[in-house]
Ligand binder design. Structure first.
Ligand code: AHR
Length: 506
């Protein structure tokens, strides 16, 4: 084996980044491909309940403790009439779905989604259409969902069987409106104005709602970060969050460079924070805008297959990335990036949840299984709640094609004060060398290792399938141990590590 490298970390209770908002572990379900039809909803499937919700999928979702799920898009929302998906099913129209070139039957709509959200123990994040539509559709959907009774839209909801309002708290003002591919694509000025007016009227209907305004679709957009500055000039006083989206890929089959991409995510987050604070200063405002990283993941495996799929079919198998072991490491690094700025990133949605670039895969009529990326997401959601400590790290670095000084060790730790627990999430990016990890526990006396979960594999391209669902799985086989005030572990080359510590009960 290659000789071990060394990296160190210092933990101190007083180096506090911020509290983790539970919504950092959100996900996303779009009317896209088989996310809904054949994914979460498949009437007639052996595991489906009376509402058509697949219980096998629900079980996997519930295990993840997903706090929020964004819906119904994505690009889909910019051409969607939400009214098509309510009321008696036999009256719902089938429509050409232009964003993904499919047929939307509208068999599943807003109320079905809210039923599913209840069943999954989660909450909805609702996006409104500011592409093909505007203020009217936006105010009406808030009235339909959140107004108790006595008006046209609230009484219609009651007539549809929902006496109690859905009370959806978080609303996205459109989706990726900076993108030329978006139905109703706008300039920053145009979008800033419509977002401001639509948001204003939505708040008139329900003053308690929170609003997310669209930031850039990714940091490579030529309008980034001017887009954020202009949009916030128009909306600063109204909105609560600005969105960020990022997808990574390994098209060049360069694992070292692929693993380094989360460094770009750090830069993206830090730049958006700077822009928010620039506008804050310019407006002499006391209000702080936080970040909603409401689409993030690895996405590239399925590009070619998606291009081959026949258009204008219902629930086509598109964007069905089969995730590899190295993708799980990248997802782990991305989770660490989100946690490192937990002071400002308050919402994040892994895109997406089922079948479409997702941690959970199904076969229509068949089984459901966990993809490789399911596991880091699970671990972060289960053990990454509390407050984040400033990662003070010394690590060897490397240069890759697109990045310089990439730390071999990517790590962060989260304290759960209630349960006296401390968790370190760590990725060893080195392709060959193990990493001797030495972590000073300082003012965390009497903590011991409860579990050291690791994910490693000899094949970076290894993946899980319906017939081989446990090929890439985490194991509780790490060797982390506490000696005095030092936590020590040998992190395997290319590994995801979750070191769980708890205060000794004496
Ligand atoms: O998540 C898939 C797509 O990626 C979404 O529809 C869109 O918002 C983004 O470009």
């Amino acid at each position: 084996m290659t000789e071990a490298k060394r990296a160190s970390m210092i933990l101190d209770k007083n180096f506090r980044v911020g509290d983790v908002d539970d919504r950092l572990y959100g996900a996303f379900i779009e009317h896209l491909g088989r996310a809904i039809y054949g994914g979460i909803y498949e009437p007639g499937h052996a595991a489906a309940d009376a509402k058509g919700f697949r219980q096998d999928v629900l079980g996997l979702v519930k295990d993840l403790k997903v706090p929020v799920v964004r819906y119904p898009g994505g690009n889909f929302v910019s051409g969607y009439n939400w009214e098509d998906g309510i009321g008696p099913r036999e009256n719902r129209p089938s429509r050409l779905e232009l964003a993904w070139r499919s047929i939307e039957t509208n068999e599943f709509g807003l109320n079905e989604f809210m039923d599913w959200v209840d069943a999954a123990n989660t909450e909805a994040v609702m996006a409104v259409n500011l592409g093909s539509r505007g203020i009217d559709g936006a105010r009406n959907i808030v009235e339909y969902c959140n107004h108790p009774k006595g008006t046209y839209w609230s009484d219609l909801r009651k007539k549809h069987g929902y006496a109690t309002p859905h009370n959806i708290n978080l609303w996205c003002l459109g989706n990726e409106m900076d993108g030329s591919w978006q139905i109703g694509h706008k300039t920053a000025e145009e979008y800033g104005r419509i977002a401001c007016e639509a948001g204003k009227v939505m708040r008139m209907v329900d003053p308690s709602i929170e609003l997310v305004v669209c930031g850039s679709s990714n940091s490579k957009m030529h309008t980034f970060p001017e887009w954020e500055a202009v949009v916030l000039e128009h909306t600063y006083d109204l909105v609560d969050y600005i969105s960020l989206h990022t997808y990574f890929g390994n098209q060049d089959n360069d694992t070292a460079n692929f693993l380094a991409q989360s460094v770009g995510m750090d830069d993206f987050i830090n730049t958006v924070i700077s822009v928010c604070d620039y506008v804050k200063a310019k407006k002499r405002s006391n209000k702080t805008i936080n970040l909603s990283f409401d689409e993030w993941n690895v996405w590239y495996h399925s590009h070619e297959a998606t291009a081959q799929v026949e258009p204008w079919t219902t629930a086509p198998p598109i964007l069905e990335d089969v995730y590899t072991f190295e993708d799980a490491l990248v997802v782990g690094c991305m989770l660490i990036s989100l946690l490192k700025r937990a002071d400002r990133v308050k919402i994040a949605c892994l895109a997406q949840l089922v079948n479409v670039i997702a941690p959970i895969m199904t076969r229509t009529g068949g089984d459901a299984w966990r993809q490789t990326i399911y596991y880091p997401y699970l671990h972060a959601s289960l053990y990454g709640r509390g407050y984040v400590l400033q990662p003070v790290i010394e690590s060897p670095v490397y240069d890759s094609k697109d990045f310089t000084d990439v730390p071999i060790l990517e790590a962060v730790s989260v304290v759960n004060e209630e349960d006296d627990e401390l968790t370190v999430f760590a990725v060893n990016r080195d392709l060959e060398a193990p990493l001797r990890f030495e972590c000073r526990l300082g003012n965390f006396p009497n903590y011991e290792v409860v579990e050291h979960i690791t994910m490693t594999h000899t094949d970076v391209k290894a993946h899980n399938t319906e017939t081989n669902p446990y090929n890439v799985v985490p194991k509780s086989e790490g060797n982390a141990a506490v000696d005095g005030d030092m936590l020590e572990a040998l992190l395997a080359p290319l590994s995801w590590n979750v070191i769980r510590l708890a205060k000794t009960k004496k």
